[in-house]
Write a protein that binds this ligand. Sequence first.
Ligand code: TXA
Ligand code: MG
Length: 341
Amino acid sequence: METKLLDPALDPTALAQAAALLRAGEVVGIPTETVYGLGANALDEDAVGKIFAAKGRPQDNPLIVHIADFDAIYALSPAVPDAARALAERFWPGPLTIIVPKSDRVPAATSGGLDTVGVRLPAHPIARELIRLAGVPIAAPSANTSGRPSTTTAQHVLRDLTGKIPAVVEGGACTVGVESTVVSLAGDTPRLLRPGGVTLEQLREVLGEVVVDRALREAIDDSEKVSAPGMKYRHYAPKAPVTVVRGAPDATAAYIRAHADAHTGVLCFDEYAEQFHGLTVETFGSAHDLSAQAQRVFDRLRAFDDTAVTAILAQCPDDTGLGLAVANRIKKAAGFHIVEV
Ligand code: TXA
Ligand code: MG
């Protein structure tokens, strides 16, 4: 299959072409403010099946359903809690996915067999325009081959999925860079299932108590039942194994210098790059700039695949604010292989 890059900045028919593909039950790479998504008609089981096939994604891992207007949530859920409205008012459009009870219209293929559905109203104008043009809610996981780092440019998507999908829509580099925060309102107490672009602190401002799912903190054994099925799979991994070095940045830099050899890649904060002369270094933003770290982390993890490094040592922010999401992605890329210094 040929994979077209549809660029609305160059071709005024690009979005109409992408919407026609979506309406015809095809899968299209679409930009969002978090990461690129692999979109298809969320209400069409066959279309959704093509997403799983293109990504090589396990069937029990549910997809997020994207809408362009808040009211579209009522067709997806028979019981939208007041808390969902409050969250939407504050954070939509934006990087937040809200898990609510699912209506029968949402096929089991979309929800991974669960009786809940994750709903998100993205901020990227191209994403919203495309959902409106398609006229259906769009199921979209991150547009990467399953297990690989998520994609934050159209080029990343082409790298993973050329030949497997008919088109990718160009929408520039993603401004948030890590996926949406996933919060479940399906239980008694709101539960954070995945940290992301909206911080835990911000969620608590609206919801009060928010429980942090255990899967965020620990490695998950594949046999365990987890609230967000996606949490149990190996994720975000470049080809070379990653070790996270946690602690104060000066101390982690010293640890990395002491343990690196000529074949080691280093993922580090901008300020520390000069300490790793002679090594393969990727910087992902200032130690003090969590937004930059979020924007760059997947691109820099991917960059190591173009090098000959056989192991990667990574600096990592602490869990404050957006740091919780950035640290979670790096720890998962490392399969929770973490050294504390
Ligand atoms: O930012 C994002 O959320 C991106 C863009 C494309 O919108 N999408 C994304 O999708 O990251 P994906 O499929 O890569 O990650 C969705 C996560 C998975 O961990 C999945 O298990 C969880 O959300 N999830 C989805 N629906 C769920 C549900 N009903 N209950 C629990 N977890 C759910
Ligand atoms: Mg993903």
